[in-house]
Design a protein around this ligand. Sequence first.
Ligand SMILES: Nc1ncnc2c1ncn2[C@@H]1O[C@H](COP(=O)(O)OP(=O)(O)OP(=O)(O)O)[C@@H](O)[C@H]1O
Ligand SMILES: [Mg+2]
Length: 475
Amino acid sequence: MFRSLFVRQMASYLVIILSALAILGVLLYSFFQNYLMETRTEELIREGKAISQYIEYYLSDLIDSRTLHYQYQVIDRFLGVTIWVTDARGNIWSSHNSSQLDSVEWENQKLTVDEFVQVLQGNTITRVGRFGESFPTPVLTVGMPLKINDKIGGTIFLHSPIKGINRTLRDTYISFWRSAIISSVLSIIISYFITRLITNPLIEINIVSREIARGNFKRRVKVKTKDEIGQLAMSFNAMADSLEKLELMRRSFVANVSHELKSPLTSMRGYIQGVLDHTISREEQDKYLAVALEETDRMNRLINDLLDLSQIQTGQFSMDIKTLDINETIRRVLIACEERINEKGMDVQVEFDQEVLLAEGDPDRIKQVIINLLDNAIKFNREGGLITLKTWQHKDTVYVKIADQGPGIPEEEMAHIWEPFYQIDKSRSREKGGTGLGLSIVKKIIEGHGQNIWLNSEEGKGSAFIFSLKSVKKK
Ligand SMILES: Nc1ncnc2c1ncn2[C@@H]1O[C@H](COP(=O)(O)OP(=O)(O)OP(=O)(O)O)[C@@H](O)[C@H]1O
Ligand SMILES: [Mg+2]
């Protein structure tokens, strides 16, 4: 039952509101009861003192019995009290009752209760109850000594029915509960909206995440608040964005790989079929088989590149960081490419700052970077153009620059050439024997070293790739 956050939240609000009201109610009740009792007691004591004064006047014959009873009535009008005045032996010799009729009932009766003795000793007492069996309903009694010429000559007892106090209490209580019910209904309505405000975005995020799990990467959460939930929604949308991008990349990657593998396989199949069914003449067979062999080489290269890339991407390949002489690495790569460079009639210019330039890196991977960059420079350079290889050191960093005088790379393409399978002029690049994986591998290797690679290019003039490595101090 309490499984949904909404229900749980509402239930806790309800419990908090109700328990707060209950505690408040009990506290208020006892506070008011005490307060009403105390004020009534104070009033009775005050009136008792006034009566004591009038009785003194009466006994000194300054006022008559009628005036005394008139004073009783004045007091009674406000308090609804029963008044007893006794002599020192406990005989009630003057009394008053709010209902007037039974006022006689008390006179000439004798008080023997404990309270009378205490009052006679000079104490003022308060009691709640029926005062023995004297009253049918509970009363608040105040007893005080009657002083005549500063001597205790009797007692005065004032009894006020509790009913009146209780009625005030009940009225206060009813209006308290009335406002409590109204405010709890209001608070519950407000809590409902607050809870909805919290749970609705969470429900939405939940629905969208299920959609994404099912493969629908298009859905986004529409939460615009700036609070934690808004931030969660923003992070969630950012996550969905990158998942969508990743999914697109994965799809295009698979499509590209299949395409790259399919075309050489198709042509190889065609050549072999031709040789088998003799549509290719015997004289031409060698030529076509050589082409087929070239295609297998190409596929082999492609698969190696793919394996490299997937290893790098999944973080499975470990860098074997050593100290390497970057100039020596470049020299070796140049020697390996010499034939191709000469074939195309290109010039190579080497500018080394120092004879030996030590850097930190995985020697095989860095060699691969230089091979890929030089391969591009040779492939895309103009006929007879110049290739420049330059290394230098600045502070703790070693820089390597490989530049050519080829067609250059348009500015809008600069961001894309690092993506796997991206080639600017697909058909021309493929003619040159590439698949568009070289630069993506280069970038991943350099990033794996915690370093950077930059591209400077001007259309029609050439391109220059520069990458950095951490330098090593010579001993
Ligand atoms: N030096 C360059 N001059 C002009 N364009 C370049 C240069 N280097 C790269 N490019 C462009 O960037 C694209 C991607 O380069 P990348 O090295 O990744 O692929 P590739 O050389 O075509 O194939 P692969 O390297 O897999 O053999 C190239 O197809 C080419 O269009
Ligand atoms: Mg390349």
